[in-house]
Design a protein around this ligand. Structure first.
Ligand code: GDP
Ligand code: IMO
Ligand code: MG
Length: 427
């Protein structure tokens, strides 16, 4: 496979950053195709930790190209902060991506406050309001943003309009001049990276380059196929890659579904296999399950193969990359949700309506755990038999083969089981 999508199969934070960084060593280009700095992707190389929010997780490989594609929403201030920490990278920003502006952040908070108990639990990064403006034809694209006069007149018009909405929610109006002054400086920094990235990617494909498409969030947070309304405002599925990057659908060769060995979720919304109490605390502590972007404690649950089968259907998965396997070490019995009870019926799909999904209770199978330290394992064969059994049961239930497994946060704690993305041949 030459063009592979890295997809989060659950509710985000599956380890996409880590898997992307690992596979990026064999790639020519890494492309982030949706979301913004609501994402938090962790990469650990030789013990040094990097938290990426906007930049593709290939950025730590100095020889490869990184693309922020048209499907992204980019907060220029966050972009400047993130790039300031790095040196020696090759980056291309789509002229068609949308810009996150200060009123988007304010409106994100206002909508959440207004929802009260029914709040989504967003990251407050302005992602929903920016995508809303994109759909409403009220957004600012990068191409306009880097053009001082066009940005000035568009921003002036939009701030006047948005201030009415902010006042409606009891928020302070935004001062046009100060936002313009601040953001036009950011635009100067971004401008050298900006181009038609669809053109760039299509040329690269003609030259047979190897490309990784890195999703943010997870399929259960997809605007269309996730647990609506408790979702983000874009689509992390593999099927959204062509639209969000400007390439033909048939140019995608496959998708690797990054799957945490259990389940986590940040923010509100149903999660049938959620667990509470000492075991949840233990997994949260050992797995360091606190949000990379917001620091919020993540909710913990058993692995749920109904969720994974849903992801396989709506996105497509060629292989699984199972992460955080080491976190389960020492738990005597591991449960896996295999179906739900819904209105007296056994189902293996996710009902569309959130009330119906909340009424689902999982049916579990139980697998024996393992006590051996697996963090230094270098091959599948070295794994304890019970770990192998857990992995093979998971793959059997989902109907997708194992491609990679991961036994610790570091890049070198990643084991490739299938060689689906070989060394770059270049042209
Ligand atoms: P992403 O949003 O999908 O990129 O995932 P995050 O980076 O938000 O969260 C995954 C967390 O798990 C990060 O802290 C990673 O460093 C860590 N991690 C990834 N793979 C492993 C693993 O196999 N074992 C352990 N213990 N931690 C891992
Ligand atoms: P990565 O890429 C986990 C969640 C938020 C909230 C919902 C909507 O690191 O896996 P938003 O700010 O997008 O409008 O919030 O989506 N969410 C994530 N949860 N990982 C993420 O990204 C997330 N990005 C958004 O917690 O429930
Ligand atoms: Mg994350």
């Amino acid at each position: 496979m030459k063009r592979v999508v890295v997809v989060g199969t659950q509710w985000g934070d599956e380890g996409k950053g880590k898997i992307t960084d690992y596979l990026a060593q064999k790639a020519d280009i890494v492309v982030r195709y949706q979301g913004g700095n609501n994402a938090g992707h962790t990469v650990v190389i030789d013990g040094k930790k990097y938290s990426l929010h906007l930049l593709p997780s290939g950025i730590l490989n100095p020889n490869i190209d990184n693309v922020m594609a048209n499907g992204m929403v980019i907060n220029p201030k966050a972009f400047i902060a993130e790039t300031a920490k790095l040196s020696n990278f090759k980056l291309h920003i789509s002229d068609r991506a949308h810009i996150v502006l200060p009123y988007h952040l304010e409106l994100d908070k206002a909508y959440e406050q207004n929802k009260g108990d029914e709040k989504i639990g967003t990251t407050h990064k302005g992602i929903g309001p920016t995508y809303t403006d994109k759909s409403a034809r009220l957004g600012i694209r990068v191409s306009t943003f880097i053009h001082p006069e066009r940005f000035r007149s568009r921003l002036k018009e939009l701030i006047e309009f948005k201030n009415q909405e902010l006042l409606h929610y009891g928020k302070e109006p935004i001062d046009f001049e100060s936002v313009y002054q601040e953001f036009s400086e950011y635009a100067k920094v971004m401008k050298p990276y900006v181009k038609d990235t669809s053109y760039f990617l299509n040329q690269a494909i003609e030259h047979n380059k190897k490309i990784l498409f890195e999703g943010a969030q997870g399929v259960l947070l997809c605007l269309d196929h996730g647990t609506y309304p408790y979702v983000t405002s874009s689509s992390p599925t593999a099927s959204s890659v062509p639209l969000n990057t400007g390439i033909a659908p048939w140019l995608i060769d496959g998708a690797i579904g990054v799957t945490k060995a259990y389940t986590t979720r940040v923010g509100s919304g149903p999660m049938p296999s959620e667990i509470h109490g000492d075991l949840a605390v233990r997994i949260r502590t050992i797995g360091n399950e606190f949000g990379t972007t917001t620091g919020r404690p993540r909710r913990i649950g058993w692995l749920d193969t109904v969720v994974l089968k849903h992801t396989k259907r709506v996105s497509g998965l060629s292989y699984l990359a199972v992460t955080l396997l080491d976190v389960l070490t020492g738990i005597p019995e591991l449960k896996i949700a295999t179906s739900y009870n819904f209105n007296g019926e056994e189902i293996d799909r996710i009902p569309a309506d959130i009330e119906d999904f909340m009424a689902c209770t999982p049916n579990y199978i139980t697998m024996p755990g393992w006590n051996e330290d697996i963090t230094q394992v270098k091959s599948y064969d070295e794994l304890p038999q019970n770990t192998k059994n857990y992995l093979s049961k998971l793959c059997e239930l989902v109907g997708v083969p194992l491609g990679i497994f991961s036994v610790g946060p570091d890049r070198n704690q990643t084991i490739m089981v299938q060689s689906f993305f070989e060394e770059s041949t270049h042209d």
